[in-house]
Design a protein around this ligand. Structure first.
Ligand code: UD1
Ligand code: UDP
Length: 365
């Protein structure tokens, strides 16, 4: 029997590895263990609870205002003992976080095969997203098996000389996760509050946006709320204290048409997203989920490693300049044809069967 270990540290890794975890656990030829570094604590635990993920080991490393080096050194320090206890044949990592990079490197040092889920995404800009672009390139140098979500991510890996036989196009597991969360009969007091208005769902957290760029995005939203009386905004604020300070500086504790709330658990968030008129975000994962839910996405960044959504027509890069962000939101609010076109664009990120393909490939190794 093959021993497969999944390691996750943050909210998005947990969401996108949840369907993989459940699929692997259903296969009798595999023994699957789950390790959490808890680079995120509360936001990770929300996902573990909502999606029934039960860790076999918890490194519990999160510190308030931690640096990237704090995370990487703690994970490098603690992973060897975990490998010693569980003796995995394969380590399955996701994406581009500090947890992903450090655990892959520790596995490489221990002679363990590394399989990378969501391999091959590239913005080709080391500064954006920072540090994730460099992390994912390094993880792909370390990895032995690549689960590329799209033909473009496969092409990126081939361009870098990764062996063709090691690359598998699977689709993105974010789409699989939506099957675990989206419910037709979902309701919540916040959505009742927004009923009858056009809802903008806002999220922000990127390191390179912290400070002036984030403040200007928030100011644009505030002006939109002032200028469009039928618009309401809900903003589940990331627990990073730097982000919370910026949110409070511009929105205070909210006003009658802007609600600042705590991070939503993933079931709530996906259902809020499905009922939104649009989302404004600098998140990676939301760029993949929203096209499946027919929600237009304005991306508060200058570059994205997910250009498939731009080609498909659901995503639009709007940067962080206050005027540009204001104009892009106002355009979607006033041009119904444009909004409909973005909403109805096809989802380029897969068919919801990525986890099954990943499990089949691991079984056949
Ligand atoms: C990390 C990832 C980023 C990912 C994001 C998802 C890296 C380098 N960055 O960024 O790729 O998009 O997670 O949200 O790995 N905090 C809490 N409780 C929590 C979570 C965070 O209090 O549950 C606070 C802590 O003060 C922590 C800070 O947020 O020190 C920042 O967390 P960290 O994981 O370092 O960075 P993120 O910006 O969340
Ligand atoms: N998300 C959530 N609750 C929230 C905000 C986001 O569950 O309040 C989910 C969202 O659906 C997506 C993931 O968290 O799956 C994105 O996480 P984040 O934006 O923190 O990280 P990124 O995707 O940018 O790495």
């Amino acid at each position: 029997m093959k021993n497969v270990m999944i390691v996750i540290g943050t909210r998005p890794e947990a969401i996108k590895m949840a369907p993989v975890y459940h699929e692997l656990r259903s296969r009798s030829t595999l023994r699957t263990t789950l390790v959490v570094t808890a680079q995120h604590r509360e936001m990770l635990d929300q996902v573990l609870n909502a999606l029934s993920l039960v860790p076999d080991a918890d490194l519990d490393i999160m510190k308030n205002r931690q640096t990237i080096n704090n995370i990487i050194s703690a994970v490098l320090e603690k992973m060897p003992a975990v490998f010693e206890s569980f003796k995995p044949d394969v380590l399955l990592v996701h994406g581009d976080t500090a947890t992903t990079l450090a655990s892959s490197l520790a596995a490489f040092h221990a002679g363990i095969t590394v399989a990378h889920v969501e391999a091959g995404l590239r913005s080709w800009d080391k500064a954006a997203p920072f540090p994730e672009e460099v992390h994912r390139q390094m993880v792909d140098d370390i990895a032995d098996i690549y689960f590329a979500p799209t033909t473009l991510s496969r092409a990126n890996l081939l361009k870098e000389g990764k062996p063709e036989a090691a690359i598998h196009i699977t689709g993105n597991t974010a789409i699989d996760a939506l099957k675990l969360t989206v419910r037709e009969d979902y309701s919540s007091p916040d959505l009742d509050w927004a009923a009858g208005s056009r809802l903008i769902l806002l999220t922000a957290h990127r390191r390179e946006n912290q400070g002036a760029p984030m403040l200007s995005v928030f100011r644009a939203i505030r002006r939109i709320i002032d200028d469009f009386p039928d618009v309401k905004a809900i903003y589940p604020v990331h627990l990073n204290p730097v982000v919370r300070e910026a949110a409070n500086a511009v929105f205070g504790s909210g006003n009658e048409r802007v609600r600042l709330i705590e991070p939503l658990d993933v079931i709530d968030f996906h259902n809020f997203l499905k009922r939104s008129y649009m989302t404004l975000t600098d998140s990676g994962g939301i760029q993949e989920e929203a096209p499946s839910l027919n929600v237009p996405v304005l991306v508060a960044r200058d570059v994205t490693e997910r250009p498939e959504g731009i080609s498909a027509g659901t995503l639009k890069l709007v940067g962080t300049d206050e005027e540009n962000v204001y104009n892009a939101i106002a355009e979607l609010l006033t041009n119904n044809e444009l909004r409909e076109k973005m909403a109805k664009a096809p989802n380029p990120y897969g068919d919801g069967l990525a986890s099954k393909r990943i499990a089949d490939i691991l079984e056949a190794l």
